[in-house]
Design a protein around this ligand. Structure first.
Ligand SMILES: [Zn+2]
Length: 434
């Protein structure tokens, strides 16, 4: 039987849901225009007034908001409430420039927990489950986000944060963890450590569900993780600017439901800014409908995905975004061809002799872009025979070429060669930028 956290909202007919969106959108534009000098200025510059926004179609008249706007207005220039109403800050450090600060009112924290409450219920996590939160706690939103979501549905939280893998595995067994939340990289690392210690996830732990995110991963990687450990692996989505992790796939594992009463999703052409029809791949843009402290209008998320409004088998009517294939910022341009690290992962994970770890090196030699991928082999496939390795390298290079349309160098290495990561893993070293 399928369980819902809020069946009335989650199964609401799409047209009724869109009525709620329209009403909340009208309120939102009024709210930001009167409470945020930033938005008032941006609206005035664009020549759009709150009364111009009546329907969902009118959303396209509104200007975009960018991550750079948050940096330019550091730390609190975009907030819509006085400091006395804030109950929390999260801060994310960018690779360049000022960090971004997100403030939360009491209601913002509650809406965030509600969103994850619905998501966790949709993957069968609830009362009686022990959720080991192995995301970082602190200024990063992952740890506390999942923590509040799990408490919302009555699960027992093990707030262990990231690292100390021996302890993770010990407590996982002793306290009967059923659900683990962390980055896919950290799960791979944990699985390796467990194997070394002779711990079998299926026999020696009660683990049945994994919630993996904060870095892109592929469908092929999911198959590997599920086959190797016997758990169900689910994708989780959200960004710190929207609050943090907010949404997961449902048990259908066919897209992530974005709660329409809280957020409006659009997919746009990143070059022109035009809204794309449902089913076309483009950049994700999200408008928040219930946030008080830092509401965002048409926020450019930077992820590439597809919008799907078709009814889901789970009975939920809320629109889904399909698996994120990469971020606008992660795209590599090699000799004029666009390459996403996720495409490389998809190809590699289909080759049984190849392990889970790889790293892409990009260089410019004699004015020519080159791409070389170091890939770990499985222990079983590792061979002392040079000929075996050369023929496997050729096989991998040709599989990559057929998908990427690009000749790339392949170097197979022994398991354990590539540095492991317990946070977000680094899959690309682009020496052209250094
Ligand atoms: Zn569903």
């Amino acid at each position: 039987m399928i369980e819902y956290w809020n069946p009335q909202i989650e199964r609401m007919p799409l047209d009724e849901l869109e009525e709620i969106q329209e009403e909340r959108l009208r309120h939102l534009v009024d709210y930001v225009y009167t409470h945020s000098p930033f938005y008032k200025k941006r609206f005035d510059e664009t020549g759009v007034k709150p009364e111009d926004i009546k329907t969902l179609e009118d959303l396209q008249k509104l200007p975009f908001t960018y991550k750079q706007d948050l940096r330019d207005n550091y730390p609190k220039g975009m907030f819509c409430v006085p400091d006395t109403q804030l109950v929390r800050y999260h801060v994310s450090s960018g690779t360049t420039g000022k960090p971004t600060v997100v403030g939360y009112t009491k209601s913002d924290i509650h809406e965030w927990a509600k969103s994850l409450g619905r998501a966790l219920t949709s993957i069968g996590v609830g009362r009686g489950d022990v959720l080991q939160v192995s995301y970082g706690y602190g200024l990063f939103t992952g740890g506390l986000g999942l923590h509040y979501g799990a408490e919302e549905v009555g699960s027992t939280v093990l707030p262990i944060s990231v690292g100390n893998t021996d302890k993770q595995l010990e407590l996982m067994q002793d306290l009967g963890t059923t659900t683990l939340a962390c980055t896919p990289s950290y799960f791979l690392y944990m699985a390796e450590e467990a194997k070394d210690k002779g711990i079998d996830f299926q026999k020696d732990t009660g683990l049945k569900t994994g919630i993996f995110g904060a870095e892109p991963w592929t469908e092929e990687m999911r198959k590997r993780m599920e086959n190797a450990t016997g758990i169900k692996a689910y994708d989780v989505f959200g960004t710190s600017e929207l609050s943090g992790p907010l949404f997961t796939e449902c048990t259908c594992q066919d897209g992530i439901h974005i709660w329409g009463d809280q957020f409006i999703v659009e997919i746009i052409d990143p070059e022109t800014g035009d809204t794309l029809p449902e089913g076309e791949r483009g950049e994700l843009v999200i408008t928040t409908l219930t946030k008080e402290a830092l509401p965002l209008i048409r926020y450019r998320i930077g992820d590439y995905t597809i919008l799907n409004k078709q009814p889901c088998e789970c009975g939920r009517t809320h629109p889904r975004i399909m698996r994120v294939t990469g971020r606008v910022d992660d795209m590599l341009i090699i000799r004029g061809i666009n390459v996403f690290p996720g495409q490389v992962e998809s190809v590699l994970m289909k080759i049984p002799e190849v392990g889970e770890h790889f790293i892409i090196h990009v260089d410019r030699i004699n004015e020519m872009d080159t791409m070389k991928i170091q890939i770990e082999m499985n222990d079983e496939a590792f061979s002392d025979k040079v000929n075996d390795i050369i023929s496997l390298e050729k096989k991998v290079a040709s599989a990559l070429k057929s998908v990427l349309n690009l000749s790339v160098g392949v170097e197979l290495v022994e398991q354990g060669t590539i540095p492991r990561s317990i946070g977000k893993s680094k899959k690309v070293i682009d020496n052209r930028k250094l």
